[in-house]
Structure formats: C-alpha cells, structure tokens
Design a protein around this ligand. Sequence first.
Ligand code: ARG
Length: 263
Amino acid sequence: MKKWFSLLLSSILLIGLLSACGTSEKSSEKQSGGEEKKVLKMGTSADYAPFEYIDTAKGDEIVGFDIDLAKMITEELGYEFEIVDMDFTGLIPALQSGKVDFVLAGMTPTEDRKKNVDFSDVYYVAKNMIVTKKGSGIKTVEDLKGKTVGVQTGSIQEGEAKELAKTIEMKIESRNRIPELIQEIQAGRFDAAIIEDTVAKGYIKNSNGKLEGNTIPTNEEEAGSAIAFPKGSKLRDEFNKVLQEKMKNGEVDKLIKKWFDQQ
Ligand code: ARG
C-alpha cells in the first residue's frame, strides 16, 4: 500500500514537472482555475509619458495610456501580457525576431515601417511641438534656421526634422530617450527639440516655467499611434476587433480623458 502511494506521488510530481516544462516553452501560464492563459510579450519604450513611463513616485512600475489600452484589449481576448522595455529603435527589430508579440509605444504606422511590421487601426492622433527654453523666441519651423534641434532616434519626428532641414538649414541631433532631449535643452546644448505635443506638454508643465512649446503644422496621417505586430501575425485582427469595439463604446475615450486631459 505504502509503495503504491509513493509511486502515485512520484508520478504526480513527474506530470507536474513535465507540464511545467511544456507551458514555459509555449510561454503560457497555468491559471489557478486550471485553464491556460497565453502570456503575450509587449514591447515598449517607457520614456513617453503619458503613453508609457515609469512612475518613479510609485516605484519602477511602467504605467500609462498604452499600458491601460493593452490591458483592456488582452483581458477581453483572454491573454496575459508582460512588458519588455527597450529603446524605441529596438522595437521593430524585436517584433521581427519574435522577441515580442506586439508593440504599444505611441508608434506611428508609417509606410516605411509597414514594410516590416503590421499595424492595427490608429487609436490616437497627436501633433508635433517645438520645445525650447522659455523666451527663446523660437516659435515656428522657420525660426529653427541656424539652430541645433533634438529628436528621438528612429522617430517620425526625426524624419520630419530631416525633411525640414532640406529647406531650412539646421543641425539635427538624435538621442535614444526623450528625457535626454529635455536635458540637452536645459543644459543649453540644444536650442529646441521636436516632440509629440501630448508628451511635450508633460515636460513643459513640470519645468517650473523654464520650458515652452509651440505646436507646428503636422500631417494628420503622420502623427497617429497604432499597435504594431510581426508581419502576418494573427493577433492583428483579434486586437483590431476589440479596439474597434472599445473605440465605438467610449471605453478608449475614457482612457484618453484619464491620461491626456489631466495635463
Ligand atoms: N509617434 C512617434 C513615432 O512613431 C514617436 C513615438 C515614440 N515613442 C516612444 N515610446 N518613445 O515615431
């Protein structure tokens, strides 16, 4: 009897062990209810408040509009997700190599990027802003003549600055992270930076009146944010369906109010 019992016990352990291996390979997780939920990896660049940033007051958790949106969509579809934080330039390669399953990073679905990844519908549209020290006298793109202008590496703002530089002579400097752009302005090394307005406003508000911003004409199609997926990923249509639903029933609007209106 005792022998049977120990045999039973060891086979239970063995099964447990085997299934644990199996699930980790599929990157899924056994829920307490016994049903399996697939854990998706979400790539982001958490330097982009209020889209995604580390709330230092609350520890090292990444929060923001994109995180709430990801939560809303994955919950509805029955997925878990975990965040992988990296530089913005690393996001598309991470999708291509399968390191992440989707990207929410305020990323604009440009024609160029569409060659390498698939995008959901646009979930938010913003404009670009010139950020400078207060009283710089720089207000329009023409005022950037002869100036040093910072942009985030690999962003559409970098592309926009390069386009402007064809007609207005300026020096473009790229940095990997948005806070670096702000620091360079404050240190007087950059005269200005081109940053998305929703993000720029947060830095201006927190600068104690030291920074100012002026919105510049922005091509609507060129400033939207969408979710990115590896080419051919089935997730795109799944996510899009829920996104459409939530945009229609006002749930996405609620998130927009929560994260963008408080500025
Ligand atoms: N919307 C711009 C782009 O797609 C900038 C996005 C930057 N996102 C970030 N998480 N830093 O290029």
